[in-house]
Design a protein. Structure first.
Length: 312
């Protein structure tokens, strides 16, 4: 029986540690973006304007991160030289996809119930899993598909008491599912680009492009752009710095080290945490069905983790 080389064990241990750190970052990122419904609810400007500020106010802290804590260079750059201009795909694709996600999500809330919009937008793992198989060439096992089904059933339970599919909500439901498509494609794009680019580069360009893309939509939707109070500005900065810069930044980092299909399931922690935060800060009640749904989502994530470890 052949023995492992002396370098194989340290490399394997380093890889496990890196994946564990990425998993922790993914969970923390999902918890950070779980604050976003709270901030949106408390915002003093319209939903599209709130999305614009979410992206554009995140640019300064991300720029500081990009400027003073650069990622390990994929391409060597001499001391004193500026970084080369990134490719057009890095500049445009993630930002435009995330702009579509925010725009259709906020529009869906206007034309359907919050419960419907929450459920249908959480079908993003289905989109990501399909894209991970087709684009990223990830191996998708039967055990993982079962885990995904369990997690999505948990999400259904989480909003099931308020679900009103069909009737006058059909248009809004279609918009909510469109949100899932945009966010799923965004995660695939980030996972694909993370193979060659750092988290800082991705977050800087995607946030900037998202903000620029949403600004004209604020005018199209007829929304005011300026909050009325200092409290309104603080809400927008909280949304930008916590949910966008921190939350999406941690998720983008994790996508460079974990399978996109698995990562999309872990992000389903977000609606579970959002329901808890809504109960804690907004006084929104939690029904037994919602509590059970949250537990089922977590069970699905644990099953997915086990399936991922076996596949690896």
């Amino acid at each position: 029986m052949s023995m492992p080389s002396p370098t194989a064990v340290p490399v394997a241990a380093a890889l496990r540690l890196r994946q564990q750190l990425a998993l922790a970052a993914l969970v923390l990122g999902a918890l950070a973006i779980a604050f976003s419904p709270i901030f949106v609810r408390l915002s003093e400007v319209g939903p599209t304007a709130t999305g614009f500020y979410r992206a554009i106010l995140a640019v300064p802290p991300i720029w500081l991160w990009w400027r003073f804590m650069p990622a390990l260079p994929r391409v060597a750059v001499a001391v004193g030289q500026s970084r080369p201009l990134p490719p057009l795909a890095l500049i445009l694709v993630p930002g435009l996809l995330f702009a579509g996600d925010l725009f259709f999500w906020h529009l869906a809330i206007k034309y359907t119930t919050v419960a419907n919009a929450t459920l249908l937008s959480n079908f993003a793992p289905v989109i990501v899993t399909l894209g991970a198989w087709l684009v990223l060439r990830e191996k998708i096992t039967g055990a993982f598909l079962v885990a995904m089904l369990v997690a999505i059933c948990g999400a259904l339970m989480l909003v099931g008491a308020s679900l009103e599919l069909g009737g006058t909500n059909v248009f809004g439901d279609m918009l909510a599912f469109t949100t899932a498509v945009f966010y799923g494609c965004y995660m695939i794009a980030v996972a694909k680009l993370r193979g060659r680019h750092g988290t800082q580069d991705l977050m800087l360009w995607s946030s900037l492009v998202t903000g620029i893309a949403l600004l004209p939509m604020v005018w199209v939707m007829g929304e005011g752009l300026l909050p009325a109070t200092l409290h309104g500005w603080l809400i927008l900065f909280g949304l930008a710095w916590i949910s966008q810069a921190l939350g999406q930044g941690l998720i983008a980092y994790a996508l460079g080290h974990l399978p996109a299909s698995f990562s999309s399931l872990v992000v389903l922690i977000q609606p579970v945490a959002a329901a808890f935060f809504g109960w804690l800060w907004l006084g929104e009640g939690l029904q037994p069905l919602q509590l059970g749904g949250g537990a089922v989502v977590l069970l699905g994530i644990l099953l997915a983790r086990r399936a991922q470890l076996k596949a690896g």
